[in-house]
Design a protein around this ligand. Structure first.
Ligand code: MRU
Length: 334
């Protein structure tokens, strides 16, 4: 992704990579204020970075986990224990489990640790590029799009899932506009998606989450979101607030698309009811910049994700294998 460095130069950076014997990543908690890079030499530190959201977004969590497994091997750690430690940090994103298990099998079979993790990260980027090619064709000149949370390059090593079709259409010279909803409480839409769209020069505006239906009523042509886990029947988990948007989109007859690589599909989870939803600290809701803004004594609930039923995915799933309706998932699996 393009990013402006402190010295004013524009560079091509990834959200996570391996160099100098360490896992390197963008500290996403510091954006959009500053582009800060951090590095880790112990797999447990990478696991902690996933837990505390230094790095985030399902495919990027997967790549970070792959690099954590590479570190575990280089450290001479017990690989099965490392895999358990890494998979314990966040419960919802399928890519965390997919990448960790894949790396465990490859390392046990004698793969080169960094080579295998690099190949995993590159595969994520290639899949996202293919998602961009598939989905980019859906975007026409003059369209108004809407997205939620951050399913951009930051969430996927590079390129993005929901943002991949937008990058592709922009590179193809198409002019369109994106509503990016702020995504309370962690503000990934405002702080990360708007930052990425700004770096690319894509026309956009941040809207409060509660303004989505209002802008849909004024005219939105298409909604594209990412996903953290997609069940075999097409129900999918994504950032809290996605479900509301899908219901509103159905009301207004706006096509609703989910962009995700095949690694986000969990064919062993039959329906959305079986997806574990991460519950995060209530302080993310009751505090702003560490200052309590809620009445003392009022508890808060903070589910990080919700589950949208497959029937609301009216546009389809944009994957690296093509675009599928929920009824076509079995065909995609085959
Ligand atoms: O809690 P996060 O920031 O890791 O959640 C990420 C999301 O839910 C994104 O919306 C995204 O769609 C899935 S990752 C491309």
């Amino acid at each position: 992704m393009k990013a402006k460095l402190k010295d004013g130069r524009t560079a091509d950076v990834r959200a996570v990579w391996f160099a100098d014997g360490r896992v390197q990543m963008i500290d996403q908690r510091e954006l959009p204020g500053e582009l800060v890079f951090v590095s880790f030499g112990d797999y447990r530190e990478v696991a902690e970075a996933i837990r505390n959201m230094t790095t985030r977004g399902a495919p990027c969590i997967g790549a970070s986990a792959a690099y954590a497994m590479a570190l575990a091997k280089l450290q001479g750690a017990d690989l099965e224990q490392a895999a358990r430690d890494i998979k314990a940090v966040r419960p919802t994103a399928n890519d965390l489990f997919y990448a960790t298990d894949l790396m465990l099998r490859q390392l046990q079979a004698g793969a080169d640790p960094v080579g295998a993790a690099d190949a995993y990260a590159q595969d994520v980027v290639d899949r996202c590029t293919a998602i961009g090619r598939c989905g980019g064709a859906l975007i026409k000149d003059g369209m108004k799009l809407m997205t939620h949370c951050n399913a951009g390059a930051l969430a996927t090593v590079d390129v993005g899932t929901a943002l991949a079709p937008m990058r592709q259409a922009h590179n193809d010279g198409k002019k369109f506009f994106v509503y990016a909803s702020e995504t309370r409480p962690r503000l990934q839409g405002m702080q990360l998606t708007a930052w990425e769209l700004g770096q690319e020069g894509i026309d956009h505006a941040i809207i409060p989450d509660g303004a989505s239906a209002y802008y849909m009523s004024k005219g939105v042509d298409m909604i594209i979101v990412g996903a953290d886990r997609i069940a075999a029947n097409g129900d999918f988990a994504n950032k809290i607030g996605t479900f509301d948007k899908a219901i509103c989109a159905k009301h207004f007859g706006i096509p609703f698309y989910v962009a995700a690589p095949v690694s986000t599909f969990d064919f062993s989870t039959r329906t959305g009811a079986d997806i574990v939803i991460e519950q995060r600290s209530e302080k993310e809701v009751t505090e702003i910049a560490g200052i309590r803004i809620a009445p003392v004594g009022s508890p808060a609930l903070n589910p990080a994700f919700d589950v949208t039923p497959a029937e609301l995915v009216t546009g389809g799933f944009i994957t690296e294998k093509g675009i599928f309706k929920p009824s076509g998932i079995a065909r995609m699996k085959a």
